[in-house]
Design a protein around this ligand. Structure first.
Ligand SMILES: Nc1nc2c(ncn2[C@@H]2O[C@H](COP(=O)(O)OP(=O)(O)OP(=O)(O)O)[C@@H](O)[C@H]2O)c(=O)[nH]1
Length: 223
């Protein structure tokens, strides 16, 4: 199962390093999702990202030490880093919109197009509807996003970086699926110093109260 390695990062041997990119419009909550996952922190007066940042957290999956290296860039075009460099080597992507802002969902096909143009064709993608704590301001019905995700073959979850709902679950879903994909050897760009086959290993299913991703999969676990 995927388990936390502590927010400070585990020391010692790392079996895999998986680069994951966060994309989506400005202010959808990409940086705060990362802060919640990497440090269990949240800030309401988060500044727009300028350039690129990354943070890491080490998880244990099937007794392997797996480092998630999560990259975050600006949603605003003028602050963005060079696109091809950002996507280079990425094995997972979180495509984020804000459930209270219709245009952030309407722009998802554009982000997906950019992702598919620049990233590895086997990159694992999860669609994230963030700010689920703002239910009274919801503009995008869950069903609409779920339908879109199914059509495009993406995993899907709604999260709240503010109250931490589904944040662990989404990163774990992504990491677990990358792990499975890498072990099927269909994802070439992940770093690994021990790519031995783990076929047949047990995959842990989501715990009670956690949504199941739209895409059918053998995936996921919670920390
Ligand atoms: N209510 C609520 N607010 C959130 C949530 N996640 C982020 N925010 C707030 O939304 C604003 C934007 O969050 P960021 O994480 O900076 O957004 P971003 O997508 O990284 O923005 P860029 O860096 O411009 O691309 C901040 O005021 C956050 O505090 C959430 O889950 N719920």
């Amino acid at each position: 199962m995927a388990g936390g390695g502590g927010y400070g990062g585990a020391s010692g041997k790392v079996d895999y390093v998986f680069k994951v990119v966060l994309i989506g419009d400005s202010a959808v909550g990409k940086s705060q999702l990362l802060a919640r996952f990497a440090r269990d922190e949240f800030s309401l007066d988060s500044k727009a990202t300028i350039g690129v940042e990354f943070q890491t957290r080490t998880l244990t999956i099937e007794e392997k030490s797996v480092k998630a290296q999560i990259w975050d860039t600006a949603g605003q075009e003028r602050y963005r880093a060079v696109t091809s460099a950002y996507y280079r080597g990425a094995v997972g992507a979180m495509l984020v919109y804000d459930i209270t802002k219709r245009e952030t969902f309407d722009h998802i096909p554009r982000w997906l197009e950019e992702l598919r143009a620049h990233a590895d064709k086997n990159i694992v993608i999860i669609l994230i509807g963030n700010k689920s704590d703002l239910e009274d301001q919801r503009a995008i019905p869950t069903e609409d996003a779920k339908e879109f995700a199914e059509k495009e073959g993406l995993f899907f979850l709604e999260t709240s970086a503010l109250n931490a709902t589904n944040v662990e679950n989404s990163f774990n879903t992504l990491m677990m699926e990358i792990f499975n994909t890498v072990n099927k050897k269909s994802l070439s760009s992940a770093e690994s110093n021990n790519p031995g086959s783990l076929a047949g290993k047990k995959i842990v299913i989501p715990g009670p109260g956690q949504e199941v991703p739209a895409k059918t999969s053998t995936c996921c676990s919670s920390a």
